[in-house]
Design a protein around this ligand. Structure first.
Ligand SMILES: *[C@@H]1O[C@H](CO)[C@@H](O)[C@H](O)[C@H]1NC(C)=O
Ligand SMILES: *[C@@H]1O[C@H](CO)[C@@H](O)[C@H](O)[C@H]1NC(C)=O
Ligand SMILES: *[C@@H]1O[C@H](CO)[C@@H](O)[C@H](O)[C@H]1NC(C)=O
Ligand SMILES: *[C@@H]1O[C@H](CO)[C@@H](O)[C@H](O)[C@H]1NC(C)=O
Length: 260
């Protein structure tokens, strides 16, 4: 009788011990691991007009894209091609500060070409521009002689069109197949404005370009927030990782103590 009691007691203890281990062990890792699966979202359909209307301010460029119907060409390129698309969007300020070659007397067709000139028929991540650096003229969606030159200047992507020298000042969206980068100037093609480019009398012009922050002290919120948005998430990930490692050490050493 006593031996049965002891047996029941031991079985119960063993059961409780096993149960306690089973209950604690699988329950703690999920709460810790939840932040990890989050940064792996599948690429989704991007509505370019919707995106441009909430990002930016890019309303002037969007207005041109819509009035020329180029927005449909761009959306089609994003939707229906393996290549994808890279779009350079000038801020509203870039249009309002554009004085010398005016866009006001362009024909409808020239305006359409100017819009297409801001798009490349391929998705490029920012690091892909290292490859395009010094490769010579790159074709835009405007085709023909509407080409852009790219230079990677230790991570800063410089864009040259003859008339325009500017930089990518912020990444608005970059998930294959759609890349959208903010630029500080309207890209002006030689194919429209000619090769008779006025000699760069404004000597201080290159200075704001080297330091994109200086170009627009007020309108650079996009760049600032983009830069800030990435750092907290990585430090967040790092802190979760260290918590997880710390807990693993506690669990492992706890198990050791129980075994001993
Ligand atoms: C792009 O795809 C979306 C969603 O599938 C669709 O609503 C839209 O009409 C497409 N646009 C073009 C130009 O293909
Ligand atoms: C715009 O008009 C000015 C003067 O009327 C002219 O000199 C210039 O060539 C025109 N530009 C274009 C692109 O037609
Ligand atoms: C970069 O260029 C090299 C050599 O031209 C090529 O092999 C590689 O595939 C390119 N990478 C990308 C991402 O285009
Ligand atoms: C682009 O680069 C080529 C050389 O790679 C050069 O001949 C051409 O003038 C450049 N075009 C512009 C618009 O800067």
């Amino acid at each position: 009788m006593d031996s049965i009691k002891i047996l029941i007691c031991l079985t119960t203890l063993l059961f409780m011990f096993t149960y306690a281990q089973a209950a604690t062990l699988p329950e703690s890792p999920p709460t810790i691991l939840t932040p990890t699966p989050a940064p792996a979202p599948a690429p989704e359909y991007v509505n370019l007009a919707d995106l441009l209307s909430v990002a930016g301010p890019f309303s002037t460029f969007l207005k041109y894209l819509e009035s020329t119907k180029v927005i449909e060409t761009l959306q089609n390129q994003a939707n229906n091609t393996e290549e994808g698309i890279t779009l350079f969007v000038p801020k509203d300020k870039a249009f309002s500060s554009l004085k010398k070659p005016s866009l006001s007397n362009l024909t409808a067709d020239q305006l359409k070409q100017l819009c297409l000139f801001h798009a490349l028929p391929h998705y490029y991540s920012l690091s892909d521009f290292k490859n395009l650096s010094g490769e010579g003229p790159i074709n835009t969606l405007a085709g023909g002689s509407y080409t852009l030159n790219f230079t990677d200047d230790s991570g800063t992507v410089r864009i040259g069109s003859g008339w325009t020298n500017t930089v990518v000042s912020s990444s608005v969206h970059s998930t294959d197949p759609v890349a959208i980068y903010q630029v500080n100037k309207v890209l002006l093609p030689e194919a429209i404005f000619g090769t008779d480019i006025p000699t760069p009398a404004p000597a201080p012009a290159p200075v704001p370009d080297i330091a994109p922050v200086a170009d627009s002290p007020d309108a650079d919120g996009g760049k600032g927030s983009a830069a800030k948005a990435s750092s907290p998430s990585s430090s967040h990930r790092i802190s979760w990782w260290s918590v997880w490692r710390c807990l693993m050490v506690v669990v492992v050493s706890g198990g050791f103590v129980v075994v001993l």
